[in-house]
Design a protein. Structure first.
Length: 629
């Protein structure tokens, strides 16, 4: 009976061919260009179609594998129970231990310790780990003192009776990124070979502890410097491969070198693209390692720690960072990474508070306990769209990875400037897109909080490029080194501008002179309010003025610094010159829009126009300069 109903139901919906879909789309477009309207030209080097069908999967080679099976595109294990990670700064070991213990009782499952000082003793390590079970808690160490801690920890393990299979500890020792990439020089006085021999010696010291990883590829820094998703993936793989090569030169086998690496990558707000990135990452790494013919399966498995993007975070309207962190964590969870860290929403401008830290932790608890993301392995598997994105990202990342290898590997390519050129070009494009609003940072270049004024915790140093943390991978470039990459946040240029207004002691005002056609007046007033508020300029919107004289009088009475006439294009030919004459030099006069009569208006001395094609950042900087800010 059920089968008959099923057959009857499907009979009501006969198959639709691709040709039929295309014909319907062409009709709906009414002559508009298909490629311009519906095809997304990504920054990743490939185009995305408006829809995908089963036939688009026929060339995808990795389909058919299961979760936990080579090439691990669907995950390195058969479940999706990722670790909820929280990083704690260590200045006082006792206080850091207390904070870690609290975090573990409130939902954290994996703890990171950022060691601020190189002067760290065995007693400090014992204090830091007091009451924390190495059997149940995965630990990660990073920061200036990470190598010292790694040596102390290796000695501790060597003299312990712990089960090697139960101890899961990671050390973010990464001179290639933390030194060469961010400071311009690899290693120290002993030179580059010493950096790799130190890591190899640590691995050889505790060979039985297969789940202790001494190399932490800090790939998130590529995103922090403005890279594309493909660049982040390709360069992270190149750094990982460089470590494998260098460690094998130190006498390690592939089965020792590869499993000693843990990868940290950013996850941005590009929701589906990020899901595909992590799936592609596992597949590419597995295929790269397969060439070395490892005898242990774990050598081909990529252990990925995902961190929500620092580049996306904003100082103004910071609660939006909660939304960004949530969608970013969702991408990573669906993609099946090993562990996730959600950055506290206030991290960009202050030491995270207990509240912001709790909210960051709770994002993942909600994803696990209420949304049940951990109960489905590779939920994206089989999706026509995401499978094609995975294949496209893998293809482009593989091309870029091979180009790096052809240049002698990551270190040689970086010292030649190739890596910097690629990422700086991407960052410049992103900056331009933000300045012109082709890319939106909510609360910064679009829909700002009109009434927000930065608190005293926000300083000029807060919105200055660079990592404020006192860490070995921050600070000035090393003398005599090559050109390093510069971490920054995408919102910084707007934030610097807006902070200058907040700290100027002035309250510049933009007044909306709404007249002419009511519909156009209102639409353009809303656009203009949003435009000027991005610089912290106070805006005074108005419903409508029945006459030009009434509007100009209200603007002058309000002591506006900027008067924006908001009307229809056809109205500007007569209204704009009249308003400009009445206002004179009492305020900066601006026309909202790019009317056909713009050239005639410019000939009459009207030079200020704002519209959707304006460079918002540069235009606002110009007006602030005119206002003496």
């Amino acid at each position: 009976m059920a089968n008959n109903k099923e057959e009857k139901l499907f009979g009501l919906f006969p198959p639709v061919t691709t040709e039929q879909w295309e014909a319907a789309i062409t009709t709906d477009l009414k002559g508009a260009d298909y490629e311009r309207k519906l095809v997304w030209r990504t920054a990743e080097g490939f185009n995305v179609r408006p829809y995908y069908r089963a036939e688009n999967l026929k060339d995808v080679a990795f389909l058919g594998s299961k979760c936990g099976e080579f090439p691990y595109v669907r995950g390195t294990k058969k479940d999706n129970n990722w670790q909820i990670h929280q990083t704690i700064g260590v200045e006082c070991p006792k206080e850091a231990n207390a904070e870690a213990t609290r975090a573990l009782t409130k939902g954290a499952e994996s703890i990171g310790f950022c060691i601020a000082s190189k002067e760290f003793s065995a007693a400090d390590l014992d204090t830091l780990l007091k009451g924390i079970s190495l059997k149940t808690t995965e630990l990660t160490f990073c920061g200036c003192g990470v190598k010292t801690v790694a040596e102390l920890f290796a000695d501790k393990l060597k003299n312990s009776d712990l089960n090697p299979e139960e101890v899961k500890v990671n050390f973010v020792i990464d001179p290639i990124i933390n030194k060469l990439t961010l400071k311009g020089k690899l290693g120290c006085k002993e030179g580059a070979p010493k950096a790799f021999s130190t890591i190899a010696d640590l691995i050889k010291k505790v060979p039985q502890y297969k789940r202790v990883r001494f190399v932490g590829v800090n790939g998130q820094q590529f995103n922090n410097c403005g890279s594309t998703i493909v660049q982040e993936l390709a360069f992270t793989l190149a750094v990982g491969h460089e470590y494998v090569v260098k460690l094998m030169e130190q006498g390690l086998t592939i089965d020792q070198a590869a499993p000693s690496i843990r990868f940290t990558m950013s996850v941005s707000s590009n929701y589906f693209m990020e899901i595909a990135k992590f799936r592609a990452a596992r597949m590419l790494w597995a295929n790269i390692m397969a060439q070395y013919k490892p005898t242990r399966g774990c050598a081909s498995k990529m252990k990925i720690h995902a961190v929500t993007s620092k580049w996306n975070m904003t100082v103004y309207d910071p609660y939006v960072n909660m939304l960004r962190g949530t969608t970013e964590a969702m991408s990573a969870a669906i993609a099946g990474v090993h562990s996730i860290e959600v950055r506290p929403f206030d991290e960009a401008y202050e030491k995270p508070t207990d509240f912001s830290t709790r909210i960051a932790r709770n994002v993942q608890l909600l994803l696990k306990e209420e949304s049940h993301f951990n109960q489905v392995c590779d939920a994206a598997g089989g999706s026509y769209y995401i499978e094609n994105l995975t294949a496209s990202i893998a293809e482009q990342a593989w091309k870029l990875f091979k180009e790096v290898e052809d240049r002698g590997g990551y270190i040689a390519a970086f010292e030649a400037g190739f890596i910097q050129d690629q990422i700086e070009a991407s960052a410049a494009t992103k900056d331009k897109n933000i300045a012109t609003r082709r890319e939106t940072l909510l609360g910064t270049n679009q829909f700002p909080n009109f009434l927000e004024v930065a608190g005293q915790e926000v300083t000029a140093e807060t919105v200055t490029p660079g990592d404020k943390a006192k860490c070995c991978c921050s600070g000035k470039p090393v003398e005599g080194g090559v050109r390093p990459l510069r971490p920054y946040r995408g919102a910084m240029a707007f934030e610097q501008m807006r902070l200058s207004v907040d700290r100027s002691g002035k309250e510049p005002k933009a007044f909306m002179l709404t007249c002419g056609s009511l519909a156009f007046a209102r639409a353009r007033a809303q656009f203009s309010c949003n435009f000027f508020a991005c610089a912290g300029i106070r805006v005074q919107d108005n419903t409508y003025f029945k006459s030009l004289e009434e509007g100009v009088k209200a603007a002058l009475d309000a002591k506006a610094d900027i008067v924006v006439i908001c009307a229809a294009d056809d109205d500007y030919a007569t209204l704009a010159p009249e308003a400009a004459k009445m206002i004179g030099d009492k305020a900066i006069f601006v026309v909202a829009g790019a009317p056909a009569c713009m050239a005639d208006l410019e000939a009459q001395g009207i030079k200020n126009f704002i519209h959707v094609k304006s460079n918002v950042l540069e235009t606002l900087k110009y007006y602030l300069k005119e206002l003496g800010i």
